[in-house]
Design a protein around this ligand. Structure first.
Ligand code: NCD
Length: 317
């Protein structure tokens, strides 16, 4: 594997393989000194053209735990502001010697385009509405560990609720959950569904669509809430956030109707009072912070798969 651009590029076996490697990385992360020399001498550069809290810091932490050198390219203080093109930016930084770029960009397809301009590995850390593959892997890992589903998700009932239309997380998660065997239902008002799903099924989406969250709740194993992405909406797709919340928000009453074993997940950042009305800290099934913790181990596994070799994990720092 040279790049990680999309969940579509991975077979179910490759997903399982990355999740197994993540177990190993989680063990390293739990040590008193959570660091191994596996990627010593490798240079990992973060290029974030869009805001991020957890994805950026977790890739950085992951690279450091593997002893890679890291560089954070901050767009706001770079020559991008002087009009330098994406291509010139990539070629310039590559000329300093880069082994992997971790890229987030508002345009779908930017990470794929960048593979043409550098010999470094490219990891997609979120491109437009398109893909966010490491988010999907960390979500799979979180479900796999919390529900003890090492062999796959056959028969697992997962609902993804909210702004599917603008969500690269939903696109990546649907592909990954379905590849592992889960039954995925998307729950959203028609205006927040991708156009392909508004009138029914689409071969590109291995899902069932519902507009009625309440009737699904008792049967779910996983309730996955998405952020209402107001910055990506260029027209009014919702009558009001209050109405959205009334129909699709997770209130204490709705949470009480979930099965005792059911997980509540969210990729963050959360809109409290919109999709998340109840305080998730009070929900026994919330694994939202586990998702963040697991994000580091998953990204270690991805960076190691792209840049590491052989016995590099056996030594300790
Ligand atoms: C998501 C993103 O940026 O795609 N956040 C994340 O990476 N955890 C989801 C979002 O912005 O709503």
């Amino acid at each position: 594997m040279k790049h990680l651009l999309s969940i579509e590029d991975l077979t179910a076996d490759q997903i399982h393989g990355l999740l197994e490697l993540t177990d190993h990385m989680a063990e390293i992360s739990s040590r008193p000194i959570p660091k191994v020399p596996a990627l010593r001498g490798k240079n990992v550069v973060s290029l974030f053209f869009e805001d991020s809290t957890r994805t950026r810091t977790s890739f950085d932490t992951a690279a450091k735990r593997l002893s890679a050198d890291t560089m954070n390219f901050s767009v706001s203080s770079s020559s991008v502001n002087k009009g330098e093109s994406l291509r010139d930016t990539i070629e310039t930084i590559s000329a300093m010697g880069v082994d992997a770029f971790v890229v987030r960009h508002k345009s779908s397809g930017a990470p794929l385009q960048i593979t043409q301009w550098t010999n470094a590995s490219i990891v997609n850390a979120g491109d437009g509405w398109h893909q966010h593959p490491t988010q999907a892997l960390l979500d799979c890992y979180t479900i796999r560990t919390a529900l003890n589903r090492r062999d796959g998700f056959d028969g697992l009932r997962i609902a993804i609720v909210g702004d599917i239309k603008h969500s690269r997380v939903a696109r990546s998660d649907v592909q990954a959950f379905a590849a592992l065997g889960a039954d995925v239902t998307l729950v959203a008002p028609p205006t927040l569904l991708p156009p392909a799903l508004v009138n029914g099924n689409s071969p590109d989406w291995p899902v069932t669509v519902s507009h009625d969250l309440d009737s699904l709740l008792p049967d779910l194993d996983v309730l996955y809430l998405l952020r209402v992405q107001r910055e990506r909406m260029d027209e009014a797709l919702l009558p009001s956030l209050h109405e959205y919340s009334a129909l699709y928000g997770l209130t204490a009453e709705r949470a009480a109707r979930l099965a005792p074993h059911a997980l509540v997940m969210h990729p963050g950042p959360m809109n409290r009072g919109v999709e998340m009305v109840v305080d998730p800290g009070e929900l026994p099934g919330s694994v939202i912070l586990n998702q963040v913790t697991n994000g580091v181990a998953v990204r270690m596994a991805v960076l190691f798969s792209l840049l590491g070799s052989g016995n590099d994990l056996k030594e300790t720092a």
